[in-house]
Structures are given as structure tokens and as C-alpha cells.
Design a protein around this ligand. Sequence first.
Ligand SMILES: Cc1ncc(COP(=O)(O)O)c(C=O)c1O
Length: 424
Amino acid sequence: MYKETKVQPYFDNITLKDFIKSDNPSLESRMKGLRSFTEELFSHGHNLYRRELLSATDTVVKVKDPLTGLTKEMLMFGSNNYLGLATHPTVEKAVMAAIAKYGVGMGGPPLLNGTSELHNELETKLAAFKDSEATLLFSCGFNAIGGWLNAMVREEDIFFYDEYNHASLHNALLGVRCKKIPFRHNDMTDLRRKMEFYADKVNEKWLVVEGVYSMDGDIANLQEISLLCDTYKARLVVDDAHGTGILGLKGSGAAEILPREKVFLHLGTFSKSFAFTGGFICGSKDSINFLRYLSPQYMFSASLSPMVVAGLLAALEIMQSDTSLRKNLIENTNYFVNQLALSGIEATSSSAIVPILVPQQYNLREIALKLHERGLFINAVEYPAVPIDKQRLRISMMATHTHEQIDKLVSNLAEVLREAGMIT
Ligand SMILES: Cc1ncc(COP(=O)(O)O)c(C=O)c1O
């Protein structure tokens, strides 16, 4: 019998609840517990959560500085707007034109009054982009994942998933009674061992991975994962929130290397390289039709606004036609990682996400605060959002960053990490 992996999901809200000390289980007492927890957490001016942006999410942003209350100009290295499309003039124009024609919202869910010609066009074009037959749009990626699980996964199913899958999967799984088998992050030996153990079971099997992992920026070994799915007869589902628009010759994501029939469903979000909000699932006509009528998160939630859909169509067109964006992005990431190495800072990445791990003995919040003071907008991610020994600065590169901006990031990082004693 294999030993069960200890799962440490990214953003473990169950662990977070354990932080909240309360005398009794009443809601009032728990709210009081949370208040003291956050007061302690954010004492000494450390609260860099929810920094208020006063400008568009671009490589340079204006922020209301939580430390001084004044407007601060900062270099943005914390945004998932990887291709810089949040401020692309063609996208902005498409949004404006859609408002003029359709107004600002649909006022209903897709099966009733919430489908426009734009929604249908986006579904068709996304399906082609993802080399699939059909697409379903959701109000966000979080709901797409929940919508798929609610509709398709049953109690008797066996569900394999990478321990580092996103919180949206862990959260949706809480409400699904199937046999849940997490495997160690990107560990094909562990996965094979676990799939082998259930090899003689005829139950429906699922294997869910991310194309690019959201906190580490590393890529799933999809060739081997696909072979394992063939061997053990599992359906492969790839959540490529962070690879779509970035990886592959067409830019359609990490799964582009696999033949169409090897991926049962592609999950995606519009909140990263598309720079909007919304989510989607691509798959066969039959599976999308099944989800269209059985996903509560699809059926009972209002459709994306037409102005968003028009902007998404423009963004998709740019993603496909302007290959310079993802070339610049990869070039910027490589440049950044190389410059870091020259400064004695270790980091690797295969995508736009570059994590710099900060060992537990160093004060991540102090480091983040110093970077903020120096005008660098970077996200610090700590337990329970990541495992306790894996706290980090999660740096996001954009296609539109200049080398000069990246140099500034590297020199400031080196100074701050040297002051902290992390590098010599
Ligand atoms: C891997 C992954 N899947 C799903 C989601 C959820 O996407 P959305 O922001 O559209 O809800 C995210 C968002 O952070 C993500 O990183």
C-alpha cells in the first residue's frame, strides 16, 4: 500500500481557520478571533495587502501608499497582466465600441437572455485556439472549475490531482464526494505509483494538473502525464490559467504539445494574460453541451458583459497575431533570471512567474516592505497560501517591461536581500 501524500494546498483556508483563536464557536467569537489575528498580522505598518491602485495596471502604476497616504509611483512586478493587454489601445477601442452598441451588461444568465453574437463568436474562436470542438464561458475561472466538478464528477470516481493545484480546485473538491488522491508536485513516480494502485478499478478516473503552476511558474510534464492517462484510463483535465497566451507555438498554452484527443477538458481564465475577468472550459461538443445544461455555476450566474467579451475577442486576436508579445515576455523572464544569477540570487522559471524563495529564518514581510518603500510592487506570499517552508516573493514579468525596469528590480532586490543577510 502506498503512503498517502500529505497535501498542502496552495491557499489552505482550513489552516487559516485554525489561526483564528476563539473561545467558543459562535460567529461573533470567530469574527473577534479574526479581528485580533489581522490586527496582529498587520501591526507595525506591514499591511501591503489591497494596495489601492490609482492608475491602470501597467509596468508603472500609481498607488495610494498605505504607509503615508500619499500617491506613489511604482514599478509593477506583481500583475498577471503578462502580455500588457490591460492597456492595449486596440482592446480598449473594442470595449468602447461594444458599450456603444450593447450597453454595459446582459442582465441575465446565458441560457435565458445572456447570450449575444459576441459570446457565441468568442466561444467559437476560443475552441479553435485551444484545438477543441466547443467552449463554455463562465463568470470566472474559479466558477469554471467548480462548474465542471459539480456537473461531471461523481462519488464513485477516482480523482488524481497535483498537490499544488490552485485553491479553486481544492475548494471545489470540498463539495464533491469522490475518492481524492493528491500526488506530490510534478512527481511522476508518485503519480504512477498511485495510479497503479487503482489500476484494476473500473471506476471513472480523472487526472487534473495545471499547465503552468501559479506560485512556482514551472510546467507540468504533460507528455508523461498523458501517457499515464492512456495506461490507467484516466481523463486528463488541464487548468492552464498561467500558460494560455504564453506557451506553445500558437500561444495556446502548455497542452499545445498534445494531440487534441489526449486532453478531455482545457480550463482557463481571462484574468491573467487576457487581462480581464472571466473563465472558460474547452472540450468536445458533447462534454461542453453536458456542462452547459448541468453546471450550476454556468446556468445560474449572469453572463459576462458584452464589453468584456468584445475586449476578450480583441485580446485573443492580438495574442494570436502579435507573436512579439510572448517572445518579449520569455526574453524578459530569461533576462531577469540571468541578471538575478549575476547578483547571486537563485531563481528559475519556465513562464512569466518567477518565485524567489525566502527561507523561513528571514522576515519576508520586512523584505516586502523595503521593496515597497523602494517603489517596487511585488507580491509576498506566505503560509498558509504556500507551505510554511516555501514563503516567497512571487514576481510576475510582463512583455512590456523594459530592461531598464528589470535592472532596477534586480539592483533593489540585491540590496534588500543583502541587507536582510540572505545573500552576500
Ligand atoms: C491556476 C488557476 N486556476 C484558476 C484560477 C481562478 O481564476 P479566476 O481569477 O478567473 O477566478 C486561478 C487564479 O488565480 C489560477 O491561478
